[in-house]
Structure formats: C-alpha cells, structure tokens
Write a protein that binds this ligand. Structure first.
Ligand code: BV8
Ligand code: ZN
Length: 278
C-alpha cells in the first residue's frame, strides 16, 4: 500500500542520490493553464489531441497555429506557481537541495509541458544543467518545416490579420480566417514554420538522454500532475521501479502511475509538493 506520510517521504528523499521530477499539465494548473483532459482541455469544439498531430498541421496549418497562438496568449499572462518555484530552487541551488537531500548529486526536472513556466521560475544565469528537459518541446520555439531551422519566438510575430481575441469562442466563425501566408515563415529559406513541440506520433525531444537518466541514474522519481496516459513518459515510473528506484505520485486524482507508487499525495501539487519538498 503506498505511503501517504510526508515524514517517510522526506526520509526516503534524504537517502536519494539522483532525484527526477516528471511534470505534466497539472503542474501548471495553478498558473491558470488549461490541462489537456480537464474542462479547459477543449478549444472551440476540438480536443487538443485532434490538433497536436502532424496530420492536423498538414490538413489545416492555420487552425493548428491558432490553437498554439491561443495557448501562447494564456501562457504569456500566466506566472509560475509555488510548485514551479520550489522545483526551480532545488534544480538551481545545491545548498537548498542539500537541506532536503544531503546525499543527492542531481535534482532534475523533466516536463511534458510546453508552457516555459518552469524555465521562467528559475533565477537568471543558472547553469544549463538546472534547465528543465522539455520532452514535448516549447510553445516559444518554432521550427522550419523545410530547412529545420529552429528559433526562439517570444513576441507574437503572427500577422496583423490574426484574431487577437481567439478566446471569444462565440464569434469564432465570424472572424476573417488568416491564410497560410499570414503564418510565420523561416527567415532563412522562407519555408512555413511550425510550433517546435512534439505532436502525437512524433519522437519526444532528448529521448535517449532522458531514457538513460531514468533507467541508469534516477533512484527517486517524483511524478507531478500527470495522468500517466501519454507514453513514453507514462512508463518512466515502471522503469525507475524496475531499476530499484522509488516513485512518488502527486495528483488530485488517481493516475496510471499509482500502481508503481511507493508514495501517493492526493491534493493540489502547488500545496502538497511544497509541503513535501520544504
Ligand atoms: C511517441 C505537446 C513514438 C503538444 C504532448 C495510438 C496512435 C498514435 C500514437 C499512440 C497510440 N497509442 C499510444 C500512442 C503513443 C502516444 C500516446 O501516448 N498517446 C496517448 C494519447 C495514448 N505518444 C506519442 O505519440 C509520443 N510519441 O510515442 O513516439 C516514437 C518513439 C521513439 C522514436 C520514434 C517515435 C509523443 C507524445 C507527445 C504528445 N505531445 N504535448 C502540446 O502540448 O500541444 S502530450 C500532452 O499530454 C502534454 O504534454 C501533457 O502534459 C501530456 C500528458 O497529459 P497530462 O500531463 O497527464 O495532462 P492531462 O490534462 O491529461 O491531465 C492533467 C493531470 O493533472 C490530471 O491527472 C489531473 O488530475 C492533474 N492535476 C490537475 N490539476 C492539478 C493536478 N495535479 C496536481 N495538482 C493540481 N493542481
Ligand atoms: Zn527554413
């Protein structure tokens, strides 16, 4: 039966060497970012998984860019929440980490989220090793569909004809729909840019690196705010347990990862995770 006691969690953490946090959409929920399968997971009449695929982009690149533009607009107004902040502190401060895990040589974040909030929670000038591994990419990165050039893209460089109030769903059909020529294009070759995020059916970013960390180094995996429904991240808890590590699950409700959990903390991670890691 998984343990639900914070003091035994903290004791286990204090004996761990390579701690990994695996985050999902629930990690950013307190920042006001809609999760995938919750009520906010719908956009107009679509499920996100109807739009987060290469086929959807092939079929209607304008609609897919509107979907990501809508999410960028929400994220740009959002702030990191206490869960982002405590994980960012432990990723970037060895002295703070030593207080809760004196034997730890690494504390890393792997996030399925593309909202950049975990990076924004970090202090300026951190070492690259403190940055999150963004397994599913980043909303503020674009990639050329022709030459593969990738570029950061923080301001809304989308054409003026772009509807600035996409969230007003009721008048979605009355707006002038942008065309492909209004979409962002590559400054190097003129090719159409796509959001540099991992769509369903595509290989996650840094997969070999994350697989090595999970199977060869991680001895304590903290899974936060994810259903565990999406692979390959959804099987990381199994891999850590198979390698003799421990797993803790922080979620509002049951998840596919609960069966692998040594610890389960039911509740909002912006509270439970802060309690557990303080
Ligand atoms: C791959 C980026 C192979 C884009 C995302 C059939 C057909 C085709 C494919 C498949 C198939 N069956 C399985 C697959 C594989 C597929 C998959 O898993 N599909 C699922 C739907 C079954 N996976 C893939 O395609 C992956 N690629 O397998 O490639 C390969 C491998 C090697 C080499 C070559 C090829 C790629 C998957 C990546 C897809 N992209 N995001 C975008 O965001 O638009 S996934 C997307 O879902 C997000 O990243 C999200 O994080 C992720 C997982 O969802 P959750 O994080 O769990 O979010 P959700 O809303 O579901 O749940 C929120 C959770 O938070 C809930 O549990 C809730 O209770 C909790 N919560 C809410 N608030 C709080 C909270 N918890 C705590 N506190 C709170 N306050
Ligand atoms: Zn190009």
């Amino acid at each position: 039966m998984p343990d639900t006691d914070y003091s035994s969690f903290k004791k286990a953490l204090a004996e761990s060497k390579n701690i990994v946090v695996l985050a999902g959409a629930g990690f950013s929920a307190a920042s006001g970012i809609p999760t995938f399968r919750g009520a906010g997971g719908f956009w107009r009449q679509y499920q996100a998984t109807d739009l987060a695929t290469p086929e959807a982009f092939q079929r209607d690149p304008v609609l897919v860019w509107q979907f990501y533009q809508y999410r960028r607009q929400i994220v740009m107004k959002a702030e990191p929440n206490p869960a982002h902040r405590i994980v960012a502190q432990l990723c970037s401060s060895s002295s703070k980490l030593a207080k809760i895990a004196p034997l730890a040589t690494s504390f890393r974040l792997m996030t399925q989220n593309i909202d950049n909030l975990s990076t924004r929670a970090l202090p300026d000038g951190v070492s690259p090793s403190a940055l999150p591994i963004e397994i599913h990419g980043n909303l503020f990165q674009a990639k050329c569909t022709v030459c593969g050039l990738t570029e950061e893209n923080h301001q809304f460089e989308l054409a003026d004809s772009w509807d600035k109030n996409q969230e007003q769903e009721q008048d979605a059909d009355t707006q002038v729909k942008p065309t492909v020529k209004d979409l962002p294009h590559c400054r190097q070759c003129g090719g159409l840019l796509r959001p540099d995020v991992v769509w369903f059916g595509e290989e996650p970013h840094r997969l070999d690196e994350t697989a090595d960390i999970i199977t060869k180094e991680c001895d304590f995996l903290i899974v936060v705010g994810t259903t565990g429904a999406v692979t390959p991240c959804g099987i990381f808890p199994d891999l850590v347990r198979d390698a003799g590590g421990q797993v803790a699950v922080f979620n509002l409700e049951t998840t596919y990862n609960d069966r692998q959990a040594n610890f389960i903390f039911r509740g909002p991670c912006e509270e439970t995770l802060v309690e557990a890691l303080s």
